[in-house]
Design a protein around this ligand. Sequence first.
Ligand code: NAP
Length: 304
Amino acid sequence: MNKMETTWITGATGLLGRAILEDFSTAYKGRFVGTGFSRASGKVEKLNLLDKAGVEAFFERNQPKFVIHSAAERKPDVSEKDPSATWALNVDVTEHLAKLCHKNGSWLLYISTDYVFNGTAPPYQPGDDTNPLNYYGKSKLAGEEVIQKVFDNFAILRVPILYGEIQHLAESAVTSVVLDLKGSLPSRQDNWAIRYPTHVGDVALICRQMVEQRSADEGFRGIFHWSGNEPYTKYQMACVMAPIMGINCEDITATPEPEKGTPRPQDCCLESTLLESLAFGRQRSFPDAIEDILKRTNSKNQSS
Ligand code: NAP
């Protein structure tokens, strides 16, 4: 790793971006810089990615050799309600970053999602046919496609539902379930869709390893998958989390049909074998990791 090489992390105030920053702070040998928007403070610079001139000036100042593009509108319900804002952030901004990377000889690592698949034929390899069911998935796939039209010096990393250190329970689709349980009981939870909860610290490690690999090997590019390896429905996640929150599992009802509203795929199991074959990554156990997170969240709430 060349110590002079700079990595730029977008979305560094988000659930995943914070974990990437933390991982880079402890283990990355090069220089790195994180940007966020409404929550930017301290070492994370405020940069509105929709402001093209501002982004170009930032690029000029920092000359990143690698860009990890984590910022996005990632909530399917919000995307459905506000498609044009979602497109502007998930597609137009991605195209702009790809063009800047192309012009400057920089490598782009784009964080994408398992929702590019329709969930009917798991497990999915990176080269499998895509067919997103909702607007969020369509916009993230369009982001992948614009990059591939601009240049080939990129990697796309698709990941599934993420969890990790949260600022509030609604921040992750996993801990949102707890919020639901803390509302009125009995609670009904989806027992139809299968998810693979993936810790952001594990994804952050993969992102760093990918940057390090690209630094050593110019040819390291393409589409990759990374996923936790334990399948859970939201009902099953609820049953793991309920006792930690002092909630009785018997107050939770499993619903055997898909949730109403924004369509979601049933099972988008991502094959991580390509990265595993490079001895990349680690997959921590969901019950252990979520227990730690919820206990820390509880004690923070009690002391505040
Ligand atoms: P997140 O917590 O919602 O964070 C989104 C980030 O985007 C924040 O840092 C936010 O900054 C930034 N952002 C939003 N609008 C911006 C703007 N106009 N200019 C600059 N930055 C802006 O998202 P996440 O969960 O970390 O997701 C990270 C990536 O993983 C995304 O690409 C997402 O599609 C993908 N992904 C996420 C999940 C999941 O379960 N979370 C699953 C699969 C894939 P501020 O908050 O400071 O405004």
